[in-house]
Design a protein around this ligand. Structure first.
Ligand SMILES: Cc1ncc(COP(=O)(O)O)c(C=O)c1O
Length: 454
């Protein structure tokens, strides 16, 4: 339910005012958008049309926690490429490693491995505790390939996910719990290959009884989940929930996959290390490449052994797992540098401190205005949601979405040099984000609420 202390006509008037100011400040971006006749939806990827202000700003340059658009407006970037730039934009060690590979040594795409890949595998093992790693170019593909492998070893057909999860454009994940409590396709599911209720099962996050009920069918190869939901606001696990998931999956012979693509913000080894979790598989992408495309999945020793023992599976050629560019020399060089020199243990300590300042400040502003909103923090990542107490399931969180309020806040913030992720109110800290940047957000956020609430 949208928060009801908001005067909706005032919200509309203020949003129109902010959109007009945005258009005035962005003539070059507006012209670039108008000219893009030969792009489907006018943008390189259709999701870039998710823009609170009416059209996207176009990138000129970005470095660290700062982004500048082609109209010369500079932003403190709390969006950070929806996590892909959690290492900050173009970190120097990544630029050096990629330049060395591309310009000095040469070889962007080859069919032979580089030594970097093994070093990345070893570092991911140290951080996440799983010994056997393989690479993709996106987290979506890491999830897809992990799913195939787990179907193969279990001989079971279904994947279970949480309602209102996001794991990339993975067919099996586009399922939710409907208002009648029954599973159904997620709204807007584009061109599904078949009925998702036949390939998947779904349970609410934080609902062990629901999970037990679904696993009891005995046909679930794997539970694919984030240790905290991050794509429908941040929904944190309640005490005992994740241990319960692990116990239930073991009891039912179902593998457990932790998708750490976003929960990596919890610390150097993601939520898995921060909360001492013990999954069979980890999937990850985005941030570990320092902005260069990469995805990865890690397998337990037992699982890796079971898979390599299966001579009937084509893991070499056209069996459905793999891609030509996966594990390419540039991705591997960038990932090695990001993990060794940028998103280090020490960097996380600083990022989490700054995120804590962000969360504390937002809580105070919300309290000053007596708003029934909540704030959740997951290490270096913070999100405010227009409801309190914080939702405990994805479905409950989805029900609190308030597009009108979000559009106003995002446009107001952008007009004053602050960028949040366009999809919800997520703010992420990179190693270069400062408490001064956080103060700037708070100043503008407080001003926005002051104007809105009178
Ligand atoms: C948890 C999670 N997994 C997977 C993905 C997919 O990542 P990509 O778009 O890089 O394939 C995302 C993207 O937001 C994500 O949030």
């Amino acid at each position: 339910m949208p928060t009801d202390s908001i005067d909706r006509s005032r919200l509309r008037v203020l949003t129109e005012r902010e959109r007009a100011a945005f258009a005035d400040r962005h003539p070059r971006s507006a012209a670039a958008y108008a000219r893009a006749d030969h792009l489907f939806g006018r943008v390189p990827m259709t999701w870039m049309n998710k823009s609170a202000a009416g059209f996207p700003v176009y990138l000129d340059r970005a470095r660290g926690a700062r982004l500048t658009d082609i109209d010369g407006q500079e932003y403190v970037d709390f969006c950070l490429g929806d996590t892909a730039a959690m290492a900050g934009h173009s970190p120097a060690p990544v630029v050096a490693a990629v330049t060395r590979r591309l310009a000095d040594l040469g070889g962007a795409s080859t069919m032979v491995p580089t030594e970097d890949a093994a070093l990345v595998g070893a570092e991911l093992s140290r951080r996440f505790g799983l010994p056997a790693w393989s690479f993709a170019l996106t987290a979506t593909d890491a999830n897809r390939w992990a799913i195939r492998l787990l179907r193969a070893v279990t001989g079971r057909s279904r994947i279970l996910v949480n309602s209102y999860c996001y794991h990339g454009s993975v067919d099996e994940s586009l399922i939710v719990v409907g208002p009648d409590g029954r599973p159904r396709s997620r709204e807007g599911n584009v061109g599904a290959p078949g009925d998702v209720t036949l390939t998947s099962r779904v349970a609410e996050f934080n609902d062990l009884a629901g999970l037990a009920r679904e696993l009891a069918h005995g046909d679930v190869a794997a539970v694919l989940m984030e240790p905290a939901l991050t794509n429908i606001g941040i929904v944190l696990p309640e005490p005992g929930y994740l241990a319960g998931v692990r116990a239930l999956t073991r009891e039912h012979g179902t593998y457990l996959v932790n998708d750490e693509t976003h929960t990596f913000s919890a610390g150097p080894g993601g939520a898995t290390a921060a909360w001492s979790l013990d999954p069979d598989v980890i999937t990850i992408g985005k941030a570990i490449g320092g902005g260069i495309p990469v995805g990865a999945y890690g397998l337990s020793a037992a699982l890796a052994e079971r898979l390599t023992g299966r001579t009937d599976l084509d893991l070499i050629d056209m069996g459905g797992v793999g891609g030509t560019l996966a594990g390419n020399p540039v991705s591997m060089a960038a990932t090695r540098a990001t993990l060794a020199e940028v998103l280090t243990d020490a960097a996380f300590t600083g990022m989490i401190e700054v995120a804590t300042a962000f969360a504390d400040g937002v809580r105070k502003i919300i309290a000053d205005h007596a708003l029934p909103w909540s704030v959740a923090q997951l290490g270096a990542r913070v999100e405010y949601r227009f409801t309190s107490p914080a939702p405990r399931t994805g479905t409950a969180s989805a029900a609190t979405a308030d597009a009108g309020l979000e559009d106003f806040l995002h446009t107001y913030l952008m007009n004053r040099g602050v960028l949040l992720t366009p999809f919800h109110n997520m703010a992420l800290m990179c190693p270069q984000t400062t408490t001064g940047d956080v103060d700037r957000h708070h100043e503008v956020f407080a001003a926005a609420l002051g104007e809105l609430l009178g």
